[in-house]
Write a protein that binds this ligand. Structure first.
Ligand code: C2E
Ligand code: CA
Ligand code: CA
Length: 349
């Protein structure tokens, strides 16, 4: 756009372009809808020559895509640094699997019915050669974008099954492992076969493995996902809904999908003993789940007061820093055998 007097002119143009895509396009008698995602670089703030402007518009475009598409972003300084870091990280991610740089940490879940640890959640970490131990937020979104998440997810499942096989022989044979699978990973047609192979090659019964999925998979690509989850469930793998309550309000999927566990999101638990509304929601979710034959896990439990509340309201399992942070397998074994994870749970009233 030439002769821009005012940034509003640009915004106006962006709106017009967006409008062009609102109506579906007819291609060979069929209607197709597409959305437009736009990156904007403005002379002279975003660059002094055409090459720089185009490159920076592209950087802004990338950011707009990250934010969910069908939107626009103006280039700002600092985006460049982030972009360079992103590209570098993506390159490193390429070697991470081959170099065996991923590790699983395990966070124990306390069963409130018998005050024992029967399951742990596997949470991935990346031992980056230069940047140290990276949490999943630093690389999982990137891996989802580039598609590398498929291979990472397969590694997670295999590593979890290997760990289960090790535990099977000793005093921790009762432990189950829950792994996280994103919607993107479930798209992979062969993921169920891969899970079955990982279980079989390690000689681990399917009932030792749990898969945690967020609510998005129950509203997108429903037919495919229902099919995938039904297959998984038939294998004997337990299915859990992660971050329950923050996603979508459609509860129909609880009826249609084979769900064993529901994990109430940490955002409801944080103030459950202080805020009336959080307490009401938490109690309602527990009752709803129980009436459907689904067990409930509360996430992010950090205090004894929260524990008491949850126990009194018949929550089945709790997970959070009060019991333990996510820790490496060795440390978990040590903590379990030293009885460090046993917490006095009050008698339910
Ligand atoms: P999530 O599945 O909801 O995992 C729980 C997160 O909450 C973990 O963060 C855990 O460390 C943290 N947490 C647990 N208890 C407490 C607590 O009491 N207080 C507070 N403040 N936080 C607590 P982490 O390990 O950084 O994982 C973040 C997210 O990354 C996970 O959220 C999950 O969505 C994703 N993720 C982790 N591992 C994998 C994986 O192997 N595959 C995929 N696709 N995603 C993964
Ligand atoms: Ca989870
Ligand atoms: Ca969660």
């Amino acid at each position: 756009q030439q002769h821009v007097e005012n940034i509003d002119d640009v915004i106006n143009l962006l709106g017009q372009i967006k409008q062009c895509f609102e109506e579906p396009f007819a291609v060979q008698g069929e209607e197709h809808s597409i959305t437009a995602t736009m990156g904007v670089a403005v002379y002279p703030q975003s660059g002094l020559d055409a090459d720089t402007l185009l490159r920076n518009a592209d950087v802004a475009l990338y950011r707009a895509k990250e934010q969910g598409r069908n939107t626009y972003q103006f280039y700002t300084e600092g985006m460049q640094d982030r972009e360079v870091m992103r590209l570098e990280l993506d390159k490193d991610l390429n070697h991470a699997l081959a170099n065996d740089e991923f590790v699983l940490y395990f966070q124990p879940q306390l069963d409130l019915n018998d005050s024992s640890i029967n399951s742990v959640e596997a949470l991935i970490r990346w031992q980056h050669p230069r940047r140290g131990l990276l949490p999943p937020v630093d690389f999982i979104p990137l891996a989802e974008e580039s598609g590398r998440i498929t291979d990472i997810g397969r590694w997670v499942v295999m590593a979890a099954c290997r760990q289960l096989a090790k535990w099977q022989k000793g005093p921790y044979s009762n432990l189950r492992i829950a792994v996280n699978l994103s919607g993107r990973e479930l798209d992979d047609e062969s993921i169920v076969d891969h899970i079955q192979e990982a279980l079989e090659s390690n000689g681990v019964p399917a009932s030792r493995l749990e898969v945690e999925l967020t609510e998005e998979i129950f509203i997108q690509n429903i037919e495919h996902n229902l099919n995938q989850l039904t297959k998984l469930h038939k294998l004997g793998v337990h299915l859990a809904i992660d971050d329950f309550g923050v996603g979508y309000s459609s509860l129909g999927y609880l009826r249609d999908f084979p769900v064993d566990l529901l994990k109430i999101d940490r955002s409801f638990i944080t103030d459950v003993t202080e805020r009336h509304d959080d307490a009401v929601i938490t109690r309602a979710v527990i009752n709803l789940a129980h009436n459907l034959g689904i067990q409930v896990v509360a996430e992010g439990v950090e205090t004894h007061e929260q524990l008491t509340f949850l126990k009194n309201h018949r929550c089945d399992v709790i997970q959070g820093y009060l019991i333990s942070r996510p820790i490496p397998a060795r440390e978990l074994e040590r903590a379990l055998s030293a009885g460090l994870l046993e917490i006095d749970t009050p008698v339910g009233s």
